[in-house]
Every structure is written in C-alpha cells, then in structure tokens.
Ligand binder design. Sequence first.
Ligand code: FPP
Length: 293
Amino acid sequence: MKKEELKTIILNKKLPTHIAIILDGNGRWAKKRLMPRTFGHQKGAKTLQEIIRISSSLGIKYLTVFAFSTENWSRPLEEVNFIMKEVKNLCKDYQKLINRNIKFKMIGSKEELAPDVRESIETMENKTANCDGMTFLLAFNYGAKQEIVNATKKICEQVKNNNLTINEIDETIFEKNLYTKDIPPVDLLIRTSGEMRISNFLLWQIAYAEIIFTKVYWPDFHEKEFYEAIYEYLDVIEDLADWRKVNETKNNNRSSDVYNLCTIIRIRRLVFNCSNNVPCLFRHIWIDKYVSN
Ligand code: FPP
C-alpha cells in the first residue's frame, strides 16, 4: 500500500495513545555501508527527528524511545561520546518542539550523565514544560529493572516514614513511583532491526502492549514504515474486538489462546516481510477454524 493510502486509513481510526520504540540497528546499517557505527547513530538521530514530527502531526499523545540503556556505557568511549553529542544536538533544538507544542521528558537516571549533557536535557525539559500536545519521552541511561527497584525503594521509604501503609500499596501507588508517573501505559511497542527482545525496556508499562518487530534498521525506519506498524496495530486491535465478539457468542473462554496464536502469526508476517493479504487470509481461516473447534 502507498504511504498516503496508509495515512488516510490510519487517520480514520482510533490511534494508539502511547507508542514506544526500541531504536535498533544503527550499527548494522552503517556496517552495511562500510561506515563507522557513529555514522549509523548520526543517521538514526535524523530518523528520530522525523518520527517525532510525524507522531505529533498524526496526533499521537505519547512517544517514548529507547536511545541509551544502562548497559550501553560498555560500548567504546568514542561511540558513547558520539551518542551524548547527538543528544545535546537534539536538545539544543528545543524551539522545534515548542513550535509543535511537544513536551519533552527524559526517563532514566540523570546521575551518571556528564554535567553538560544533563544540563541540555534539563533545559529542553524546562523550555517545553508548558507544551500540552504530544509528550516525547527519551529513555536515556534507562533500565526497567532499575526503575522497578527504585520505585520499590521509594515506596519503602514512604512506609518507613509512616506516609503509607503496606495495605495501601497497589498498582496505582506503584505506577506513581515509576519514571512514567502520570503517563498512560504503552499501546504499541515497535522494535526495529529484526531482534525480537524487550531488552529491559518499560517492563511494567508494556504489560498489555501490542508488540511489532520489524526487520528494518532504525535509520531506514521512515514515514511509510511507521504507518505500516500503526496499520498493523489497528488491524490486530480490530481482529481482537471481533474475536471477543465471537467468543462472547460462543460463550467460551479461549480468547487468550487465539490472541497468542495471532501474535505469533503477526510477528512472522512482519519479520519475514510477508505480503499483507496472504498471511491475513491464512490468519482468518486459521482463527475461524480454531474458534469453531
Ligand atoms: C541501537 O543501535 C541504537 C542505540 C544504542 C543508540 C540510539 C541512538 C540514536 C538514535 C542516535 C542519537 C540519539 C538521540 C537521542 C538523538 P545499535 O548501535 O545497537 O545497532 P546494532 O544493533 O546494529 O549494533
């Protein structure tokens, strides 16, 4: 399907509120071109600007990207420094976000960041604090396990100081102690480059997210690829609604089996770049058979 066609279709549907992306494949993209990994990061940073712009113009409310994990410090110093430089460049351009009414927030630990990097991140956060269009969250020096441990420590402190009782601890309290406090859960998680892992990203927040893996390397993930992922997400959401209806009618309780089966088919379809129609047909036939058994 053409880019414009995809855009028209998705704009007529209820878009995901929160999209999260694991930016992966910069290094391999550069290697394929016999270029240094930093070249891939440079191109990746441009792609990121493009996806921020498209998300906000589509009306997506929250976009979170995983740009630097707590494990990424072990990369060669030159590469780490380059990523830091790209982040500073991104933050220098805060006027671009203000023009689009985009609020910026970093999630992750700021403590280990160099003062100049931290300062540019905080400047961008402060300058865009009053924007209320899309929120762009940059997961930087971020690790989900670390986030969960920190939340637990904060809750323990509150209990220790008699500001909270153990019985009061519930999911809502827990969420309020995560970096993503007041941010809705992720609806759609995309990972580029063909890797099918979560890599310690937003473990709590993706509990019910649809996950799409695409073989495309991050620097090549442009408008069309983004629309395709959203289209696929919307397709699945619609199918799920249909299956729920079928299940209600048949008064059986097998929706999670059907759901799992479809997730597998969907992953195969995207990762192996199957054409949309054929696997879709199989999917429906397979599911109908499965549900009616
Ligand atoms: C993953 O590709 C990418 C990263 C670890 C860094 C992401 C950085 C950018 C998009 C550039 C600058 C960032 C910002 C926020 C402006 P990889 O290096 O792991 O690729 P590989 O798996 O092919 O080696």
